[in-house]
Design a protein around this ligand. Structure first.
Ligand code: PLP
Length: 244
């Protein structure tokens, strides 16, 4: 606007996009009878540079989700603003658990007992318990990450004794569906699975309240079905220009 080039206008549009996403969340909460305080926004900042992340921080946002561990650790080390909360939402290999346990507050993508055990063992003593969600392959896709719905309660049971983890709930990345009611059907299955697990193990799961579901293309359906963490990338940052 002052002739300082595209990066300036890109950055201002990012805070405009954030404001629009927030308005859409408020509108959907009103429409579907959700309490706005129960619906958290995670800004998915994979491949987004620090300058752009800082614009979103300046607009008051504090919760960021990252998929690529090396990139994320660099950003965590260089973003010194207090109060930023980092969530790991990418694939987890065994040899990466230590970096995750040391650098993040939340992990949304736990789907194996071995990974859960390593994260608990490697969580530094001076940090609070690592908040974890179990990733469920809710669409039963052969190629997709996540545990099968039918095996989820066994994984929860195996994780209950891991005292450096706080088991928060379930997460899913469904197969993309254009139809709103089909999106809702998928997210309703995740909500119902969470309710069954809560009914069975609730006494051992005092913090089992979260559903990490809903992305830029299906946020309203996820809110309608009880999402507590929306993971939004494109609607805030625009289309990703490169991927790993
Ligand atoms: C990239 C990503 C998102 C964000 O998706 P958008 O469609 O860009 O909003 C959410 N969750 C996960 C696990 C992702 O990898």
């Amino acid at each position: 606007m002052h002739g300082s080039g595209t990066s300036s206008s890109d950055r201002s549009s990012v805070s405009d996009h954030l404001a629009r996403v927030r308005r859409n969340i408020v509108a959907a909460c009103t429409q579907y009878g959700r309490n706005i305080d129960d619906v958290n926004l995670l800004a998915v900042s994979k491949t987004v540079d620090i300058a752009t992340i800082n614009e979103v921080i300046a607009a008051g946002h504090r919760q960021f989700g990252e998929n690529y561990l090396q990139e994320a650790c660099t950003k965590i080390a260089t973003t010194t603003h207090p109060g930023i909360v980092w969530h790991y939402i990418g694939a987890i290999q065994s040899n990466k658990t230590i970096d995750i346990a040391q650098n993040f507050s939340w992990v949304h993508t736990v789907s194996r007992t071995k990974i859960a055990e390593r994260l608990s063992r490697q969580r530094p003593a001076h940090l609070p318990a690592l908040k974890v969600m179990i990733q469920v392959n809710i669409s039963n896709e052969a190629s997709k990450a996540g545990i099968a719905p039918a095996d989820t309660s066994d994984l929860v049971e195996a994780m209950i004794g891991l005292d450096r983890l706080e088991i928060r709930g379930l997460m899913a990345i469904p197969a993309p569906l254009a139809d709103f009611s089909a999106q809702r059907d998928t997210y309703r299955r995740l909500k119902e699975l969470k309710a069954r697990i809560k009914a069975r193990y609730g006494d051992d799961l005092p913090h089992f309240v979260d559903l990490s579901m809903g992305m830029s293309g299906d946020m309203e359906a996820a809110i309608a079905e009880g999402a507590t963490w929306l993971r939004i990338g494109t609607a805030i940052f625009g289309s990703r220009r490169h991927t790993h």
